[in-house]
Design a protein around this ligand. Structure first.
Ligand SMILES: [Fe+2]
Ligand SMILES: [Fe+2]
Length: 190
């Protein structure tokens, strides 16, 4: 197993571990118990912020490359890329719901349960398709030079630092303002 495939597989094992923790909370719905919403939030927040941004971007590059090398993989590659978008959208909605519950809003239990259970099933099916059907083909098809190109393409597309970088995100506007204010105050007191 190449280093890249081993690292990729290891990330999947981490995600699967998180999904098992998540499943324990989903099962509480079935048992009419109250799930640990803080834990659910932490898991979904992580999944929305690391895999959705980094892991999936990397995979999108790899899948595009293997589909070009072997056209029979095109339908599977396109499906998996589409699933990344669906996972991101469902994850964002689920996080919203869980945060509403934590914030004390009246949210229908059945709505949170359905969103959580669907997310779990969908995410697992996605990981299984990648592990069972895609990784073995990628391992057989990509050479060292391909992996190098994937790494370069991912770096080019990376949004960079969302707070201090040139592509700084709008949601950090206030924080940037606070940093500038603090810096101006420090300069004036010199
Ligand atoms: Fe994926
Ligand atoms: Fe993956």
């Amino acid at each position: 197993m190449s280093g890249q495939i081993a690292a990729w597989h290891a990330e999947h094992l981490n995600f699967a571990r998180l999904l098992r923790l998540f499943e324990e909370q989903v099962m509480r719905f079935a048992a009419a118990e109250t799930p640990d919403y803080d834990l659910m939030r932490d898991i979904v927040f992580y999944l929305n912020n690391f895999p959705d941004v980094h892991h999936h971007r990397y995979e999108d590059e790899v899948f595009e490359r293997v589909a070009r090398l072997d056209a029979s993989l095109r339908p599977l590659a396109d499906r998996l890329v589409q699933e990344h978008r669906v996972i991101a959208a469902c994850g964002a909605r689920l996080l919203e719901l869980v945060e509403s519950v934590i914030g004390g809003a009246v949210v229908a239990r059945a709505e949170v349960e359905a969103a959580a259970a669907s997310y779990l099933v969908y995410y697992r099916a996605h990981l299984e398709a990648e592990e069972g059907r895609m990784l073995p083909r990628v391992a057989a098809l990509l050479r060292e030079a391909d992996w190098q190109e994937v790494a370069e393409a991912v770096t080019r597309k990376s949004r960079g630092d969302p707070l201090f970088g040139p592509a700084a995100e709008e949601r950090f506007r206030r924080l940037r303002h606070e940093i500038e204010r603090e810096a101006a105050g420090a300069a004036a007191s010199r």
